[in-house]
Design a protein around this ligand. Structure first.
Ligand code: GAL
Length: 429
């Protein structure tokens, strides 16, 4: 993906146009881009933010939408299941049946490219000009959002970090482990996981397959480093090589510290094991921050958050973004939604509730929580890599093949050599 230059003069004209559009309740006389009509009276928004802290984030965004576009009815098309584990299949069925929602959640990066290649989403480049978004987002992010044809196909709502360990300090203290300890690498961390295991405590909470892939990606990052990890996605790192074997051995060891009921849980439940003191650590993206805040927990005393050992100084990146599907029944409603998603007010309200940081660079972070302020600092100074489990690094089909291979391995249906060759095959296709 590459960037498309925009001028600030265009942006200034666009800002005026955006105000006009807002004043018209989202029906600013735009030419229709799809569907049977302007459809500015409603918008069906398809996400997987169906419950708990994720729904709270969506609700905060809807609150701003209702203020900015009081004439457009928000229709919630959310489908439960973390990381889109149920939603993405259902979305594909709808898109193939020519029954798209008005807008849907998709990750910036390779996942978005899938929808572009299948001609399932429209360019929103004109909206970037209209809403002044090109200057509002970091240029790196605009590059990641810009397709090879020079067009932009979605509006990002947020930036999440995937490589975060969350701990319960009380469980650590009770077991003679310093809750402020930092670990240089996975081996150092595993020395403490051993102590917890020996004491009969679940050292590391995990849930169903996608969370295991999430753990796997952070282990690959820790062991291969920024270049080696990024090379997995551009072909310059050999999936069949000894470095990957060593990382998979670490993954196998880490899975040995996890809860046995994992396959029946989703991320809120595995996170809750740590929050409730039934497990010591978990690795999860920083949407977990929102679940602590929602439950009134305090960073430092009730939980700690630190980069997965071996990944300090690296920000394992993903961004949620919203699209304009081809044939959306309410394209004007969708444009109104995209305007709110990209607006400073929308990004502030949404990200405060979601645990993520705004994609816009002009939102005042001083009113955000301590964790988010530190994530914003890291995003500015760290090396950025693309998340595997959350659509930034590989297309959906590759991720599905990796997830199947991971499930097979962690349920004992394949050995490490078989796992590694299935991973290599998934990435060769
Ligand atoms: C990610 C998504 C996040 C969060 C998470 C857990 O894929 O980008 O916003 O929703 O899944 O469901």
């Amino acid at each position: 993906m590459r960037g498309a230059p925009r001028t600030s003069a265009i942006a200034a004209v666009a800002a005026v146009a955006a105000l006009t559009l807002a004043a018209c309740g989202g029906n600013g006389g735009e030419p229709e881009s799809g569907g049977s009509g302007g459809g500015g009276d409603e918008v069906e928004v398809f996400t997987w933010w169906a419950a708990g802290s994720e729904k709270a984030g969506l609700d905060a965004l809807v609150g701003v939408f209702e203020q900015q576009h009081p004439d457009v009815t928000f229709v919630n098309g959310a489908v439960a299941g973390g990381a889109g584990s149920q939603a993405k299949d259902l979305l594909q069925t709808r898109l193939q049946a020519q029954d798209p929602p008005d807008t849907f959640q998709a990750h910036a990066g390779a996942e978005l490219q899938d929808y572009i290649d299948a001609a399932q989403i429209e360019s929103v480049t004109a909206l970037y000009d209209e809403f002044g978004l090109t200057e509002a987002f970091p240029s790196d992010l605009v590059d990641r959002l810009t397709a090879d044809d020079g067009e932009i196909y979605s509006v990002p709502s947020n930036i999440h970090r995937a490589n975060v360990v969350w701990s319960n300090p009380q469980v650590l203290t009770d077991n003679g482990i310093d809750p402020a300890a930092t670990y240089a690498d996975l081996d150092a961390w595993m020395a403490d996981l051993d102590k917890l295991k020996a004491a009969g405590v679940t050292p590391l909470a995990v849930a169903q397959a996608w969370t295991q892939v999430h753990l796997l990606e952070t282990v690959l990052l820790a062991d291969l480093g920024v270049e080696g990890y990024s090379g997995l996605w551009d072909g310059s790192t050999d999936w069949s090589g000894p470095e990957v074997t060593a990382a998979l051995e670490d993954f196998e060891k880490l899975m040995g510290y996890t809860n046995t009921d994992r396959d029946g849980l989703d991320w809120p439940e595995s996170q809750q094991l740590v929050i409730d003191g039934k497990a010591a650590f978990t690795v999860m993206g920083d949407w977990a921050e929102a679940s602590y805040v929602e439950q009134g927990k305090k960073l430092g005393s009730d939980y700690t958050a630190f980069p997965v050992p071996g990944t300090d100084g690296v920000f394992d990146f993903l961004a949620d973004s919203f699209t304009l599907p081809v044939g959306a029944p309410h394209p004007d409603g969708a444009k109104a939604w995209l305007e709110t998603v990209g607006s400073a007010e929308g990004q502030e309200a949404f990200n405060k509730a979601k645990g993520s940081i705004p994609a816009r660079t002009d939102v005042d972070m001083s009113t955000f929580g301590e964790y988010q302020q530190s994530a914003a600092e890291s995003f500015k100074s760290d090396a950025i890599v693309s998340s595997l489990a959350h659509g930034a690094a590989v297309p959906v089909a590759t991720l599905t093949a990796i997830t199947d291979a991971t499930s097979k391995f962690t349920s004992g249906a394949s050995d490490l050599a078989g796992f590694q060759s299935e991973l290599a095959a998934a990435n060769a296709g």
